[in-house]
Design a protein around this ligand. Structure first.
Ligand code: DC
Length: 230
């Protein structure tokens, strides 16, 4: 028998506020936080470490199958482990940004990641799933679907701030260019492109604070899960 799972799907482009918002919504509602972008990033890191040609479907498929990805949300900032190693910081570089986006267009990668993501959510029972295709492909039956957006200028400003606070030397114009390129790559790919599900609620976060977005999402999601919450 297939176990019924409760999923809140949150999709949108980079810098729209998905991660912070999803983490907070998960915390407030007692759901697991499933960061699917981090999974594509971990795979990209594995591809880089193994020196695999991203065009080689066979090597990619066997790498995907041997991958051991684990989340630990118990700490203040959620951690992701790749084959036992904490790679949470290693996956947040401009090189991995682009490589994750590139390999995420490949069919064998999407198949394996989709399977893994469903398995993780099923095990948790209740999850806030964040990514690009949560509402459209991975969890089309999710009870609540949201699509976060913001202007390119605002998203670039947030990414720039994030990286500056991590102590990186960054050029704002370069950050905006990279973000735009990645959006285009993610939107134009043939498989599971970045787009809102037909039944998703679209939230423009340009002028909103994190708390305002979280309140909005929790306010809409809570009544829908009232019967399933124990
Ligand atoms: O959300 P993020 O920036 O960490 O995601 C990194 C890349 O992974 C993104 O550019 C595209 C890909 N991705 C995807 O194709 N599908 C998802 N559900 C999540 C991420």
């Amino acid at each position: 028998m297939v176990r019924e799972i409760s999923v809140i799907a949150i999709d949108g482009p980079a810098g729209a506020g998905k991660s912070t918002v999803s983490r907070e919504v998960a915390k407030r509602l007692g759901f697991m936080y499933l960061d699917t972008g981090a999974m594509y990033r971990a795979l990209a890191l594995a591809v880089k470490k193994a020196g695999i040609d991203p065009q080689n479907d066979k090597s990619l498929a066997s790498l995907c199958k041997s991958l051991n990805i684990r989340f630990d949300a118990a700490q203040a900032s959620p951690r992701i482990f790749l084959n036992g190693e904490d790679v949470s910081e290693h996956i947040r570089t401009p090189e991995i940004d682009m490589l994750a986006s590139k390999i995420s267009a490949i069919a064998v990668v999407r198949q394996e990641m989709t399977r893994l993501q469903r398995a993780v959510a099923e095990k948790a029972g209740r999850a806030v799933a964040e990514g690009r295709d949560m509402g459209t492909v991975v969890f089309p039956d999710a009870k609540c679907k949201f699509f976060l957006t913001a202007t390119l200028e605002e998203r670039a400003r947030r990414r720039y701030e994030e990286r500056r606070q991590r102590g990186e030397k960054v050029d704002p114009a370069q950050v905006a260019r990279e973000l735009k390129k990645r959006d285009e790559q993610d939107e134009k790919r043939a498989l599971a492109p970045l787009k809102p599900a037909e039944d998703a609620v679209i939230i423009d976060t340009t002028q909103l604070t994190i708390d305002e977005v979280v309140d909005k999402i929790c306010g809409m999601a809570k009544p829908r899960f009232a019967q399933t919450q124990k």
